[in-house]
Design a protein around this ligand. Structure first.
Ligand SMILES: Nc1ncnc2c1ncn2[C@@H]1O[C@H](COP(=O)(O)OP(=O)(O)O)[C@@H](O)[C@H]1O
Ligand SMILES: N[C@@H](CCC(=O)OP(=O)(O)O)C(=O)O
Length: 372
């Protein structure tokens, strides 16, 4: 499977806060310079690289002289705004030494949930890659609150990989890869070399963040690999402190943990639906509707037993089993108040109940994606 990474043309590289900021001590400029050198070498091989870098909050805290991470959102946002300047400046200068231009892109969840903005972000990124520029992405921490944050950049890295149809996602962190348990807590844990990204047993092995500096931990990296696999991208988690880590991973060497994709990539529009982190509402389905969705059919109002949330026509909603498990999601044809009036009814009655009809389906199969 390592050859899949060796053959990857378009790569997303994610570097975590602990690495970027020397565990919060300040920007690790030597590490940044080393990644820039390796990314330049990959570009010289004709490969395209997008960098997703954390570290704004940690760098901002250090610049402001704060020794512990503040709790208050506006203080975190202020630190991110200060730190992002330092981050951008440092990357610009280390890539310039390798004759490469960089571009700063700050994204929010809302940017990727809106179809037009999503497509715009994609075109800009692809244009930058065609121009030979290295896009450097972070979350736009200054404008997002907790409920709507990606929170950790592993998730953001996977969404970016899906956005630009990357072949591989390389996550550099402070461990050699995914271990059978958190090695900080269990010294007998062993490194996993390769595994299917979709193997849900991996989630039980992965724990939370290793330091107060970072957010996600290993669990968000495993989930990022699952997400990236939906668009066919393979993920490698490796230590950013290893000599030439990026070049060795991208060269197909046996380091870190490779979580490879096996499923057929989703069509672009369905990928976008699957990548929504926040849904406007949810529908509870009966057995017949669950069966219909498994057979790739549309969702009709007759198979819906309950509606949750307040949503407009065209919103993305979850389709759940009676015990609350999400099995699919899609773009709904009727607003929540209308959906409540037509649920459990045959489509032939929609017009009589509502006084109008949009479509006979509540969610058309083309706008529906199965999850899990
Ligand atoms: N099964 C595991 N294997 C490896 N590391 C793990 C595992 N479970 C939890 N961790 C922790 O995840 C940390 C890496 O994630 P994180 O601290 O969020 O770093 P980053 O800033 O690179 O995203 C490790 O330092 C480790 O303590
Ligand atoms: N956007 C935040 C990154 C959040 C974070 O810490 O992510 P990670 O290092 O991936 O756990 C920042 O730049 O500080």
């Amino acid at each position: 499977m390592r050859t899949a990474i060796r053959n990857a043309r378009r790569l997303v590289v994610k570097v975590g806060s602990a690495l970027v900021t020397n565990n919060g001590e300040g920007l690790a400029v030597d590490a940044l310079a080393d990644w820039a050198r390796q990314i330049a070498a990959l570009r010289a091989e004709g490969r395209e690289v997008v960098l997703v870098s954390s570290g704004a909050i940690a760098a901002g805290m250090q610049r402001l002289g704060w020794t512990s991470r503040p709790q208050e959102m506006h203080q975190l946002q202020a630190a991110a705004a200060v730190g992002q300047m330092g981050l951008a400046q440092a990357y610009e200068s280390v890539f310039a030494r390798n004759s490469l231009h960089t571009a700063q892109i700050l994204l929010t969840h809302a940017d990727l949930a809106d179809r037009t903005r999503y497509l715009n972000a994609r075109s800009t990124l692809v244009t930058l890659l065609e121009l030979g520029v290295v896009p450097i992405i972070n979350e736009n921490d200054t404008v997002v609150t907790d409920e709507i944050k990606f929170g950790d950049n592993d998730t953001l890295g996977a969404l970016v990989a899906n956005l630009i149809d990357a072949d591989a996602l390389i996550i550099l962190t402070d461990q050699q890869g995914l271990y059978t348990a958190d090695p900080r807590k269990d010294p007998s844990a062993t490194l996993i070399g390769e595994e299917r990204a979709e193997n849900t047993a991996l989630e039980a092995m992965a724990g939370g963040a290793g330091s107060g500096i970072s957010r996600g931990g290993m669990i968000t990296k495993v989930r990022a690999a699952q997400r990236a696999a939906r668009s066919g991208a393979h993920t490698c988690i490796a230590s950013g402190r290893e000599q030439d880590a990026l070049l060795r991973v991208a060269g197909g060497n046996d380091i870190g943990t490779l979580l490879y994709a096996t499923s057929t990539p989703l069509a672009a529009r369905k990928q976008w639906l699957a990548d929504h982190l926040l849904l406007a509402g949810s529908l509870t389905l009966d057995e017949g509707a669950i069966e219909a969705l498994r057979a790739d059919k549309s969702l009709l109002p007759i198979g819906v037993t309950a509606v949750e949330g307040d949503f407009a026509r065209g919103a993305v909603v979850a389709c759940r089993t009676p015990d609350g498990r999400e099995i699919a999601r899609g773009l709904v044809n009727y607003a929540s108040n209308d959906t409540r009036r037509i649920l459990r009814r045959p489509s032939s009655e929609i017009e009589a109940v509502l006084g109008f009809i949009e479509e006979p389906e509540l969610i058309h199969r083309d706008n529906l994606v199965r999850i899990g």
